[in-house]
Ligand binder design. Structure first.
Ligand code: PEP
Length: 342
């Protein structure tokens, strides 16, 4: 742009303006460079920085919001977990022995004493009950510390009192000092023809006399193989205990005992037992509501021993065991009770 036009070169350079030494324009150039180059560049850099800073601020806000939400969700699921845990801790863990038709009176009293002493020496982490034949009850009640070991019968009559030779009423059971009674055991259903209707009467009388009922249910091997186990168990509960009021239900403990596992050495796997107990809890919830179902103790029974009890009792819906054979030796029984310490 600064090249002179041809018309301007009309005299020797020394005589014209173009040929003159230029004035020192360094400062003008510096100012020009600053205005035309440094300023716009600085402006672009600043704009770019501000733009990326606002994006960072936006992202940070989003991230903080997400973090807050995540913490809230975690707290909520923690609260839910704690609630369920508290519920599980609230319902009673129970190990109950069922002596069946074993032990003479003297043997039974000695066994009860031994169990009582060992549990007094080392407090159990669960409620412990021993259910004995009728003739043992009054004597065994004398040797048990009821704060440590509860006492129960294995059966009671479906009639209140009267001319029923050989029968033992709920009131008689209660008068021995017993607090529990097992009803609906598969051996009673199978060998003594106890129907749902008869059991309904027995349950009613037991509760009316202030006994807690350990009510058993469970399917045969054929029923399980036909996939009918849920149906069978539901019918047994509906037929004998689902008629109770919510208040009466507080004295009910359920025991799921698959008949194919009783006294056979064949235990239901812990998953099979958990699945059924969760199902039972769900039908109790349908009938009495979630709160009641969460508070109901449900036991597993069937070849339970010290070796498999920890795995069974670790399942969330298994609240303990109803123990047959292994309740006849204090050490075996204690081994199962101790599973609650693991
Ligand atoms: C029972 O008869 O209730 C029972 C569970 O028996 P076992 O433990 O011997 O299988």
């Amino acid at each position: 742009n600064d090249l002179p036009k041809q018309a301007e070169l009309n005299a020797p350079l020394s005589l014209i303006e173009t040929g003159r030494e230029p004035e020192n324009k360094t400062w003008t150039k510096i100012v020009l460079i600053i205005i035309c180059y440094i300023f716009p560049l600085a402006f672009l850099i600043a704009a770019d920085r501000i733009w990326s800073w606002t994006r960072w601020v936006q992202k940070r806000e989003q991230w903080l919001k997400q973090k807050e939400e995540w913490i809230k969700q975690k707290e909520q699921s923690n609260r839910l977990y704690q609630l369920l845990k508290r519920k599980r801790q609230m319902r009673k863990k129970i190990v109950a022995g069922n002596w069946k038709m074993n032990e003479t009176l003297q043997e039974g009293v000695a066994l009860a004493k031994e169990i009582n002493e060992s549990l007094k020496a080392e407090k159990p982490n669960c409620d412990v009950v021993i259910c004995t034949p009728f003739i043992h009850l009054a004597s065994v009640a004398q040797v048990l510390d009821s704060n440590v070991v509860g006492l129960g019968a294995e059966n009671c009559a479906d009639k209140e009192k009267g001319a029923y030779t050989g029968e033992v009423s709920a009131a008689m059971v209660k008068s021995t000092g017993a607090q529990y009674v097992i009803l609906g055991h598969s051996e009673r259903r199978q060998y003594y023809g106890e129907t749902a209707e008869i059991l309904k009467e027995k349950v009613k009388l037991a509760l009316a006399n202030g006994l807690k009922v350990i009510f058993c249910c469970g399917e045969t091997l054929e029923e399980r193989e036909a996939g009918k186990q849920n149906e069978v168990v539901k019918a047994e509960l509906e037929g004998s205990v689902f008629n109770l009021s919510a208040e009466e239900w507080k004295s009910i403990i359920l025991a799921y005992e698959p008949i194919w596992a009783i006294g056979t050495g064949k235990t239901a796997t812990s998953d099979q037992a958990q699945e059924m107990l969760a199902y039972i809890r769900s039908i109790v919830a349908e009938k009495y509501g979630n709160e009641v179902a969460e508070d109901t103790s449900i036991l597993y029974g069937g070849s339970c021993k010290a070796s498999n009890a920890p795995e069974l009792f670790a399942k969330p819906d298994i609240d303990g065991g109803l123990i047959g054979g292994a309740s006849l030796k204090a050490a075996d029984f204690k081994g199962i009770i101790d599973a609650w310490k693991k």
